[in-house]
Write a protein that binds this ligand. Structure first.
Ligand code: DLZ
Length: 158
């Protein structure tokens, strides 16, 4: 969670491995497309900034965040990537779907990380309202997509 003390796009440049020989898969949810599009821009821009070739970043979309686990699993099993990033935005609103979706995605991605060989990076924004999502997708608190790209590079190196 971004806080007043931590901007999601801030990191220590000296600690980031060179990513020029790395290959990444990104799976993006179509719900809240303005938010997930901004997360994707951030992730791709940061991967490229650290040397990843655009042709080595493969993006697939899924209808909603709940489908991110399936998408990530397919990429992990069949993609040959150094790491896979999931990007989604779940906004609480008035529906109990929020809790079910967040729990399902969190559990599913944790399970992939515990059982598979390739790291899956958790770029799911879970916010109370649209403004909080905007703040974390290129707004006042930075971009979760940037943070996920940095984590993906570090975990690929790991
Ligand atoms: C159904 C639903 C709702 C209510 N809210 C969101 C949301 O805020 N963000 C999101 O990515 N997806 C949402 N979905 C769709 C579910 O993730 C999923 O696509 C459907 O339940 C079908 O499995």
């Amino acid at each position: 969670m971004a806080t007043a003390l931590h901007n999601l796009s801030d990191y220590d440049l000296s600690k980031i491995p060179d990513a020029s020989n790395m290959c990444f898969g990104i799976v993006v949810a179509e719900w809240n497309p303005d938010i997930t599009g901004a997360l994707l821009d951030g992730a791709m821009g940061t991967l490229e900034k650290h040397g990843t070739l655009p042709e080595n970043i493969h993006v697939r979309t899924v209808p909603g965040s709940f489908e991110l686990v399936y998408g990530a699993r397919q990429m992990v099993l069949h993609g040959g990537y150094d790491a896979v990033i999931i990007l989604g935005s779940v906004i609480r609103g008035e529906t109990p779907h929020f809790d079910y979706i967040c729990q399902g995605v969190t559990y599913g991605i944790s399970r992939l990380n515990a059982t598979q060989e390739i790291p899956v990076i958790y770029g799911l924004l879970t916010t109370n309202d649209l403004q909080q999502a905007k703040d974390r997708s290129g707004g006042s608190l930075g971009n979760k997509g940037d943070e996920c790209a940095i984590v993906a590079i570090k975990m690929a190196k790991f």
